[in-house]
Design a protein around this ligand. Structure first.
Ligand SMILES: Cc1cc2nc3c(=O)[nH]c(=O)nc-3n(C[C@H](O)[C@H](O)[C@H](O)COP(=O)(O)OP(=O)(O)OC[C@H]3O[C@@H](n4cnc5c(N)ncnc54)[C@H](O)[C@@H]3O)c2cc1C
Length: 428
């Protein structure tokens, strides 16, 4: 038998709340909904469905939260990777109104979950978009106006003088603070959601990679040692799905992004870096993102390098970025470095839809997925329960395969250059 897939050596795995090992799927089972993947998309959908009395089984190839959901920056960022003005220009006012009415819902779902199920995940309020140039600050002012137009409140522009109360770095000219953003321990959120699901009778199987999906009614989902017949299937494998369903694989590109975590910092130094304890992302395309953990480490992510796995290599990649922002950390030790895959789409908008009548999917948040995946879980649950209007607002968005298919599944640095030049040429 293959070696079990355990959590990557991250700060999150090292500081996770106690959780049981779930059984491997063996034998034949039946349920209402079989979910493939125990990241936020799968867990959120499963939990919404279980709350409505559905019998749900989640099959996870590795461990709960093993993928991006247990490795990410932990930043609760509202809206989508492509913002509402682009959606309005490209897909019209009705699409923008529909998606805009949901753009701030994912964060609320997370907060409701944390409160309702008592999930311990170090939840904090407030995220900051930091501008490195005057042009970026102008764009942030436009973002504030845009989001306010769609009913989002709690936004505040910070000028250069005010930045000293936000970030202890000289490189920013200003920022937008979203008080309804925030940050948390992402793996502990996933583990808490899994426990909540089980408290409602939902079942989770780990080390149970799905090897095939038979498109029938009921659908039959097979693993190495078992199978599940289900009225509905939800595909939530995102960047780790591989080629299980080729028509989903061809529309996304898995991209690696890397994170490091310092040793715990003295309280005064931590406060000097991030006086308001907000999380921060800058406004570059290949953006840097960082925040303090509950035990006052600086967790710093950035870059998108395909396949950088070795912790030493990751530290060599990310530490210079951290020192550019915070030169005062020159002598601070880096204790963790890890990588994770997110799923990029050509339009940078998430993809949701159906394969046939009873197989549903959501994927491709293109870097900002903590909030969208929670919304997606609710929408998948609504659609399966027969209320698909909101799900269909996403399902209607057109999506295109990456030209060249598998040929283009090559290192992200090459892809990135190609992707951004293509995007610019198409005016996307
Ligand atoms: C390093 C990193 C930093 C990020 N930072 C942020 C951030 O700060 N804020 C933000 O909003 N977004 C961030 N993101 C993006 C965000 O984490 C993802 O969009 C989100 O977690 C995706 O959730 P998911 O459930 O769709 O996929 P995943 O969490 O990747 O879960 C998919 C699961 O499916 C399982 N699976 C796949 N195939 C099969 C199969 N055949 N059978 C069974 N199981 C299968 C995998 O093992 C995996 O556990 C980041 C991503 C990364 C990688």
């Amino acid at each position: 038998m293959d070696r079990p897939l355990e959590h990557t050596h991250s700060y999150y795995a090292a500081s996770r709340n106690p959780a049981p090992d779930r059984p491997v799927l063996r034998g034949a089972h039946h349920c209402d909904v079989c979910v493939i993947g125990a990241g936020y998309t799968g867990l959120s959908a499963a939990l919404h469905l279980a709350e409505h009395g559905y019998r749900v089984m989640v099959l996870e190839a590795a461990r709960v939260g093993w993928g991006a959901s247990g490795r990410n920056g932990g930043q609760i960022v509202n809206s989508y990777s492509r913002d509402l003005d682009v959606i309005e220009r490209r897909h019209g006012k009705a699409a923008a109104a529909a998606l805009g009415s949901m753009a701030f819902e994912g964060g609320s779902i997370i907060r409701e979950r944390v409160a309702k199920y008592g999930i311990r995940c170090d939840l904090k309020q407030g995220n900051v978009f930091a501008a490195l140039t005057g042009k970026q600050l102008d764009e942030l002012e436009a973002k504030q106006r845009l989001w306010e137009r769609f009913g989002h409140t709690g936004l505040r522009i910070i000028d250069q003088a005010g930045m000293k109360d936000i970030v202890g770095s000289g490189q920013y000219v200003g920022a937008l603070l979203d008080n309804w953003g925030g940050h948390l321990h992402p793996l502990n959120l996933a583990l808490g959601e899994a426990a909540a699901l089980e408290s409602l009778g939902g079942q989770i199987f780990e080390q149970s990679a799905v090897l095939s999906v038979e498109r029938a009614e009921p659908a039959v989902v097979r693993t190495a040692e078992g199978q599940v017949s289900a009225r509905f299937v939800i595909v939530a494998g995102n960047a780790y799905l591989g080629n299980l369903l080729p028509e989903l694989a061809e529309k996304t590109l898995p991209c690696g992004t890397q994170v490091i975590a310092t040793e715990p910092l003295p309280a005064e130094l931590a406060r000097a870096l991030l006086p308001g304890d907000h999380c921060v992302e800058d406004c570059n395309f290949l953006l840097d993102y960082y925040r303090l953990t509950a035990d006052k480490r600086l967790l710093y992510g950035g870059g998108t390098v395909y396949g950088a796995r070795d912790p030493g290599e990751i530290v060599r990649l990310i530490r210079p970025k951290m020192l550019k922002t915070f030169p005062q950390l020159e002598d601070v030790k880096i204790e963790f470095g890890w990588t994770g895959n997110f799923s990029l789409t050509l339009s940078r908008l998430p993809q949701a839809g159906r394969l046939g009548n009873n197989i549903y999917y959501s994927q491709g948040c293109s870097g900002h997925g903590v909030t969208y995946t929670h919304l997606a879980g609710r929408l998948l649950s609504e659609a399966i329960r027969g209320q698909s209007e909101r799900f269909d607002a996403f399902a209607r968005l057109p999506h295109y395969p990456f030209p060249g298919g598998r040929l283009f599944r090559v290192p992200m640095l090459t892809m990135g250059a190609w992707y951004y030049s293509l995007r610019d040429r198409l005016g996307m």
